[in-house]
Design a protein around this ligand. Sequence first.
Ligand code: SAH
Ligand code: SF4
Length: 348
Amino acid sequence: MRPNRDELIILLSLSDPDEVEALYKRAYDVKKEYVGTTVYFRGLIELSNICAKNCYYCGIRSGNSKVKRYTIAKDEVLAEAKWCFEQGYGSIVLQSGEREDAAYTGYIVELIQAIKELSGGELGITLSLGEQTEEVYQKWYEAGAHRYLLRIETSNPQLYAALHPADHSYHRRLQCLRTLKKLNYQVGTGVMIGLPGQTVADLADDILFFYDEDIDMIGMGPFIPHHETPLADYSQSFDPAQALEAGLKMIAVCRIALKDVNIASTTALQALFPTGRELGLQAGANILMPNLTDVQYREGYQLYDGKPCLDENASLCKNCLENRIKSIGETIGYREWGDSRHFQGRRG
Ligand code: SAH
Ligand code: SF4
């Protein structure tokens, strides 16, 4: 049933601490019933910070000349993928800035094929490489990718226009999501929470957007200002505790409204509070994306200020994650793809 907009607004507006706790608990119960308490890991490799776009909120936008640009070489990516496979992670996410040139899209095909090969087809491959043509999406699918993450960022076209240069198109982004679905990818999208100019009603509409587009996976996180962007001034009034709570409430309300989708507890939550991602799991998320990017590149992939684990290597992150997950009484789904249950039964 399509969620009720007014109800979503009421839930997202809760502020009394007891009521907010009750909301998380209700979301956790829905999660237990529909997807269980197994957490699935997606090893995240931040492949390259070269980006042709210039989104106003993002630290690696093309207009930020202070960033040293990198692209990780094939051998290194494959070594990370192998490590991820040996650790028993069910799948890997390749993320980067957006590039549509043939050299890059071809490089991705090579990577996908090689990762499939080194894992005997077992490691699932998710891509998060921005807007591309249908042909490119198709090529990547044929090479072996099966999930794609492309956040709509906000489902409000006016707000989208205010946060991007004029040649960045909300319509194209939406079309890309629909193309991905048509090509049979499992499709993930999401928004930033607490964007300048965003209202609670916008967030409720975002949830309705996820419902209407029949989305399989959701990755959302609080907007966190970056000092080298046009939105840098928002860091003065930025309140991490408030941003964390808004992010957790959005996860909880999404879980209650959408039930069987996969929801990621994102790094941005951890940037705001050391155990932010565990709180995300307790508010209804069921996916974690441990960062596998080698530490030498992490400085270059600061989408927002205060991104965590800058000086930690992937295995340290894994150990600390395992302990944290056990501490909240959940289990880790090693060697499983952990597909979205929603994908199996989706409407269209
Ligand atoms: N270039 C690709 C993938 C990398 S960016 C793309 O844009 O789809 C991944 C995500 O980082 C974006 O979708 C955006 O939601 C998030 N992001 C960028 N800047 C951010 C900020 N300042 N605070 C929080 N999230 C941010
Ligand atoms: Fe590039 Fe993605 Fe950042 Fe936009 S959000 S500037 S597309 S990396």
